[in-house]
Structures are given as C-alpha cells and as structure tokens.
Design a protein around this ligand. Structure first.
Ligand SMILES: Cc1cc2nc3c(=O)[nH]c(=O)nc-3n(C[C@H](O)[C@H](O)[C@H](O)COP(=O)(O)O)c2cc1C
Length: 378
C-alpha cells in the first residue's frame, strides 16, 4: 500500500499543472498523440484531399490488422479499395456526399479483407481543418461490427420464422377448429366438442403469445405505428366486454362496466382495446369464482381519461410491483405460473400507453385485490 505522501507526490499540485499535462495543439505532445493513435484498437486512417483522389497518408496498426493489408499496401490508395466491386451501396453514396460537403459522417459499409472475407465496417469520417478553417485532411475511424450485424440478422430471421412459419399455419389451424366449435363445419358429438374446445383454447393462447412476441419486437425497434383518431373510449370497454364475456362467465366472473362522464380521446382505438383487453383478461385470470371485475372509465381532469380494471384476486405484494411491467417477468409464485401468459402482456401495455404519452400503474392490497389503471391525455 503506498502511503499518503507517495500518493500526493503523484497527484498534480494544482489545476495549472494539470492543464500543462496536456495542452491541445502543443507540439511537445505529438509523441503522445502518435502513440495513442498507434495503440488504438480501432482502425484509424488519415487522408490527404489536396492530392489526387484523396489518398491514405497514414494508417495505424489496427487498420492493418482489421483489413489484413500491410502498411505499404495501404499508403497512397483511396480507401475505396476495401469495397472491391461491391460499389452499389447507399452508404458509399452517403460517404461521397459527406466528403464533397466537407461534413463528418458515421455509417456502416460492406468491406472486404485482403483474403476476400466480407466485414461490416462502421466508419466515422471527420474533416480536419487548419487554423483558417480549410480542410487539409480527413480522419477515418473504422470499427468491425460484423458480429453485431450477424446477430441482428439472426434475430430478424427468427422473427420472420415466427411470423411466417408459425403464425400463418397456426391461424389456419385455429380457424378450422373454431369452425368446428361454432358449428359452421357441421355437428360433432359432445366428446369431440370437448377436445375441440381444449384445442381452440390452446391455439388461442399460442396465437396470443406469437402476436405478443411480434408486437414486442416492433415496439422495441420503434416500428410500432399508432393509428390515431378521435373516438369514444366507452366503445373500447364495450368491445372488451363482448370479447371476454364468454371466458369470464365460464369462470363465474362478472364483468361490470362503470362509465362515468368522459370525453372522446385522440388515440389508436385498436391498441387501447388491446391494453384494456390485456388488463381485463389478467383480472379474470386472477379473480376468485363468483366475484366481479369492475371496468371503469372516468375523466379525472378535463384533458385526462382514465381506465381502470379492478379485481378481487389475491393482490400483489409491494416488493413484486416493480417487476410487473417488465417483459418476461411473471411474478414469482407458483400460483401466477399456473395461470399461463407470455409475460409480455403488461410490458406491451406499458409501451403502448407510453407511446400515446400516457401513464400506466397499479394499486393492490394483498388479500383484497388489484386495480390496474392507465390514463390517456388530450
Ligand atoms: C478518411 C477516410 C476514410 C475512409 N475509410 C473508408 C473505409 O474504411 N472503407 C470504405 O469502404 N471507404 C472508406 N472511405 C470512403 C472512400 O474513400 C470513398 O470516399 C467512398 O468510396 C466514396 O467515394 P467514391 O465514390 O469516389 O469511391 C474513407 C474515406 C475517407 C476520407
């Protein structure tokens, strides 16, 4: 352990000495700058735009390591040699434009190593200006992001398999089973009907899970678009009750709408129904038989509409509350696991409400029940 006097002796005594440790532009520091650039793990090149075709005049060792070319095979060439014949890239066009306008740019290009291997090059180019503001060089920093791009592509493929190879056939299985269940496909005996109902229930759950996963993906990547319009929020409650009535009756749970004075809202009606459906389906799941689920609509302020769904279920301990709206986090009790669900419903609801600029929350008392609510403004 160094003693205190030792530590003090290595520490700059005052702010002035700290400043002179590194004065930007001071020629004494060039060796430090040079060594830093040489040791950097990113590829770094400097080009000279005052010479024909903006050739590379410096490349650090990491650039050689990244591309497989030795320094003498790099110096004097334009960096486009890394593109080989793969020139029809949007990013190349963007780079060309940025350079001609003397603007900085960050983009990702397809480049090829000396041995021909493709790599994705995350490239940042900055103009270097002299004291009069003239561009005298460009500095480029290269970063190999192939692993990241590959894993993004694999994730993309996975979602596309879920969407096409799973959802499409499942929809047709579900449609066929529903046609048997509702009698459109002809009469079946009671024993077959019992099996068909089980199959319909399970295919519905599976469809919901798949739709949840695809919705979550869209929300996460910012591709989830809202279809905004004015509508009466009471319609959303009626629609959810219609949809979930049979399910709640089979569990002996009564759905009770409580529509207070309110105004139209500017929101995505289908998505508001989706959120309300999710909260109500959860409430039914956790309700004891012969209890009521209240679905309330009110306007606590002139610009606010509040939906709440209250049940007489087991309630949620306060220490588990913050897990509720986090994806894939079902509460940690065997009772909640038995109820099924993707673990995405509340996370999706939260994301949808927040996309509307609204709030979502819950109040709950263990042994008495829970009330999930969300507010939409405007
Ligand atoms: C400092 C600097 C670094 C560059 N680094 C790369 C690179 O690593 N890979 C690449 O494909 N292009 C790189 N370029 C872009 C090409 O040199 C060239 O500007 C681009 O291909 C567009 O111009 P062109 O249509 O004349 O080829 C770099 C450009 C500059 C100025």
């Amino acid at each position: 352990m160094p003693d205190e006097s030792e530590i003090e002796s290595k520490t700059p005594r005052n702010s002035e000495s700290r400043h002179t440790d590194f004065l930007p532009g001071h020629s004494d520091h060039l060796p430090i700058l040079f060594r830093a650039v040489e040791c950097a793990r990113n590829g770094i090149v400097i080009t000279d735009p005052l010479r024909v075709d903006n050739p590379i005049i410096y490349a650090n060792p990491a650039f050689s390591q990244l591309t497989g070319y030795a320094t003498e095979q790099i110096i004097g060439r334009n960096c486009r040699f890394l593109q080989r014949d793969d020139r029809e890239q949007v990013a190349v066009k963007e780079v060309r434009e940025a350079i001609s306008k003397e603007m900085p740019i960050t983009t990702i290009l397809r480049n090829y190593k000396r041995n021909g291997t493709l790599f994705w090059n995350e490239l940042t180019i900055s103009p270097v200006r002299d004291e009069r503001g003239r561009v005298i060089n460009f500095v480029g920093v290269q970063n190999d992001v192939t692993a990241r791009i590959d894993s993004e592509r694999r994730v993309q493929e996975f979602y596309s398999v879920i969407s096409h190879e799973l959802r499409t056939p499942l929809s047709s299985i579900h449609g066929a089973l529903t046609a048997v269940e509702d009698g459109t496909a002809g009469r079946v005996n009671a024993q077959v009907m019992r099996l068909v109902k089980i199959a319909v229930d399970n295919s519905t759950r599976l469809m919901r899970l798949i739709n949840d996963i695809l919705d979550w993906k869209k929300l996460e990547s910012g591709k989830f678009k809202l279809n905004l319009a004015f509508f009466d929020p009471a319609n959303a409650i009626n629609s959810v009750i219609n949809e979930l009535q049979a399910n709640s009756e089979s569990k002996g749970v009564e759905l009770v709408p409580q529509i207070m004075p309110h105004h139209d809202i500017y929101a995505d009606e289908d998505r508001i129904i989706q959120v309300l459906n999710n909260l109500t389906a959860n409430a039914i799941k956790f309700s004891p038989p012969n209890s009521r689920v209240l679905i309330t609509l009110e306007a606590p302020a002139r610009d606010t509409v509040r939906f709440s769904v209250s049940d007489k279920g087991p309630g949620i301990p306060s220490e588990q509350m913050d897990k509720l709206f986090v994806r894939f986090q079902q509460l940690d009790s065997s009772d909640t696991r038995k109820k099924g669900g993707s673990g995405l419903g509340l996370a999706i609801s939260k994301a949808i409400v927040e996309l509307h600029g609204g709030n979502i929350g819950v109040s709950s008392v263990v042994g008495e029940g829970s009330s999930f609510w969300f507010e939409i403004f405007g």
